[in-house]
Write a protein that binds this ligand. Structure first.
Ligand code: VGL
Ligand code: ZN
Length: 209
């Protein structure tokens, strides 16, 4: 079953937000137009407590985008973003939500960051997304959203490890770092992720109808 996974279309990742992704606003209408082509639509939402360790503000003397070691793992320090219940954590107001069947939240444990919609960065806690998708018989996953080089990338890697068929819709995502995203595309396509444009989707309407 063809499933669209909409990653983190939240105000803080849109230009003007706390952790803005260049061009993030441009993909909202693309994603809205894609939704009716899928049998199942799921969203993820970055959802941090204010004391989250990924925030530079919680490490006195450190600045945003510095890298530290935390519990033996590299951690990029981010500006405060997607704080639970804040306007920045809300979905972009223009994002269509009526077809979104489930929302998987991540990044709620203050001690560990969580880019992927499936697992935290230490692969210790499972969000339940893989089990939910299997329960819904969703085996063919299409990824879009923000940011291409973080949450979308880590979600695709985990989806491939979990045995799902994966496709990235390139014009429905935007990276924080364009050069890094070029390397990521080479890596994920070598591992079996198909990269397409929304214009390449051949079927009309929901694949099941
Ligand atoms: C993200 C950095 C920190 C993302 C979330 O959604 O790509 N990036 N938290
Ligand atoms: Zn985050």
């Amino acid at each position: 079953m063809k499933t669209l996974i909409i990653t983190d279309i939240q105000n803080d990742f849109i230009p003007g937000g706390a952790l803005e992704v260049p061009g993030g606003d441009e993909i909202v209408s693309v994603i809205n137009g894609l939704q009716d082509k899928f049998d199942l639509v799921v969203a993820t939402q970055d959802w941090h407590p204010a004391n989250h360790i990924s925030f530079a503000s919680n490490h006195p003397g450190k600045k945003s985008f510095e890298v530290i070691e935390w519990h033996g793992m590299e951690q990029i320090l981010w500006p405060d973003h997607c704080v639970q219940n804040s306007g920045g954590a809300a979905f972009h107001p223009a994002l269509r939500m009526e077809r979104v069947e489930a929302i998987f939240r991540k990044g709620m444990d203050k001690e560990i960051d969580s880019y992927s919609g499936f697992y935290d960065n230490g692969h210790k806690k499972n969000t339940g997304l893989a089990g939910y998708l299997r329960g819904r018989e969703a085996d063919d996953l299409y990824f879009c959203g923000l940011a291409a080089d973080f949450c979308v990338y880590y979600s695709i890697r985990d989806a491939m490890k979990e045995g799902f068929k994966t496709t990235l819709i390139e014009d429905a995502t935007r990276p924080i770092d364009a050069d890094k995203f070029k390397e990521i595309k080479t890596e994920i396509s070598s591992k079996g992720c198909v990269i397409i444009s929304s214009r390449d989707i051949p079927w009309q309407g929901s694949a099941l109808k």
